[in-house]
Design a protein around this ligand. Structure first.
Ligand code: FAD
Length: 371
């Protein structure tokens, strides 16, 4: 009856892995994407022989060995360890907050001294019931770290003053009393040698892909092509926003080629002052220890999201979660459509979470058929 077993809307990590697993089980798949490239947000583009992370810095990290082994079948990963630095008014601090940060801030040398200093700071402004994000952060880490490294960055990210943001946004702030600048605590971490696009190319080998194809522009035609649909676009758009639009934070990226070999000496530099309009500058070559004569940097600006802008971070507050619940009720009744990925499930996922989610979905939808 149908030309394909599965139409997969969205050629990001979720859609691509679903297609790979379906093909492995003998299913005929068509993957479409409205963008002009594969990979969704993990897409990397070669510029000046450097793999540029077009949609922001992407560092693969996981504690899940199964996920790590899974992704390693498609690429070799290098030993990159994410150790960003923060710039606040020309002062440089190491992240995450660790002994290097505390030494720079207060001149303390031992964990005992650092803990004592934090305790002093907490006593200085004792807050038992934090009413907003500012009070919450100060109650967790004290005034110095908050004012220099948390306040401006968070306000830029959310586009709102910290005193107007709810306390629950920051549940905890990672603090480490060792001289260890590794941002993540995960067992496995790295960057795929040759960039993320290579991974997706390998995953999609032998699978039909149509780019520049928006599902909504030819909805009926696409729906009639396949027995089932895996939809990784926006769930509210799928239902024509009938209950209203889910909200996101957006970002804009400004890429620049510089005629110098090494611009900032690190892949990720955060700008924590409110007055600097971008939150980070990424220098892509450092993800892969590049020695190219030129360099490419990207400034990342947080932006308000409007319909039609790229939706990057779901705003999972009570209002949006309730709205999503209504859409999910409709989605659960669908017999032909499976929703997946960060937009279909309205949840922020790191890449390792996406792999876990899609493998669960494969298990549920493709493995039961085999029995
Ligand atoms: P996407 O990659 O967004 O793929 C969905 C695809 O669907 C898109 O290509 C889109 O064009 C397409 N689509 C949507 N609607 C339609 C339509 N109507 N018709 C056709 N196609 C459509 N994760 C990490 O693990 N480490 C990191 O360091 C990290 N850094 C990040 C930094 C930033 C700035 C952001 C925003 C995310 C970061 N992530 C990181 C998360 C990572 O990007 C996601 O986990 C991953 O990209 C999600 O994959 P996906 O397939 O769900 O979604």
């Amino acid at each position: 009856m149908y030309n394909y077993d599965y139409l997969i809307v969205g050629c990001g990590l979720y859609g691509s892995i679903f297609a790979y697993e379906a093909k492995k089980r003998g299913k005929k798949c068509l993957v479409i994407d409205k963008r002009n490239h594969i990979g969704g947000n993990i897409y990397t583009k070669e510029v000046e022989n450097i793999n540029v992370h077009e949609y922001g810095a992407h560092i693969f990290h996981t504690n899940n060995k199964e996920v790590w082994d899974y992704v390693n079948q498609f690429a070799e990963f290098n030993r990159y360890t994410n150790s960003p630095v923060a710039i606040y008014k020309d002062e440089i601090y190491n992240l995450p907050f660790n002994m290097n940060t505390f030494n720079k801030l207060w001149g303390v040398k031992t964990p005992k001294e650092a803990k004592r200093k934090i305790e002093e700071q907490l006593k200085e402004r004792k807050i038992d019931y934090p009413k907003n994000l500012e009070e919450q952060a100060i109650s967790l880490i004290g005034k110095d770290v908050y004012e220099k490294l948390v306040k401006g960055y968070t306000e830029k990210q959310w586009g709102t003053r910290a005193t107007e943001l709810p306390a629950f946004i920051i549940k905890r702030l990672p603090v480490r009393f060792t001289y260890d600048n590794n941002y993540f605590n995960d067992k496995y971490q790295g960057i795929p040698i040759g960039g993320y696009t290579k991974i997706i190319e390998k995953i999609l080998e032998g699978i039909e892909v149509r780019l520049n194809s928006d599902f909504f522009k030819n909805r009926v035609e696409f729906e009639n092509l396949a027995d089932k649909i895996v939809f990784t676009g926006m769930i509210d758009e799928f239902y024509d926003y009938k209950f209203g639009a889910l909200e996101y934070r957006s970002l804009s990226f400004e890429h620049e080629i510089l005629n110098e070999e090494n611009h900032q000496g690190n892949a990720v530099v955060n700008y924590t002052e409110y007055e600097v309009p971008y939150t980070r500058i990424i220098e892509h070559k450092h993800f892969e220890y590049g020695t190219q004569p030129k360099t490419v940097i990207t400034k990342e600006y947080p932006a308000k999201w409007h319909k039609g802008y790229e939706p990057y971070y779901p705003i999972n507050n009570e209002k949006n979660n309730l709205l999503y619940k209504k859409y999910k009720e409709l989605a659960d009744k669908e017999e032909k459509v499976i929703f997946g990925g960060r937009l279909g499930l309205y949840r922020y996922f790191d890449m390792h979470n996406v792999i876990e989610e899609v493998l669960k979905c494969v298990e549920k939808n493709l493995c039961t058929e085999e029995v």
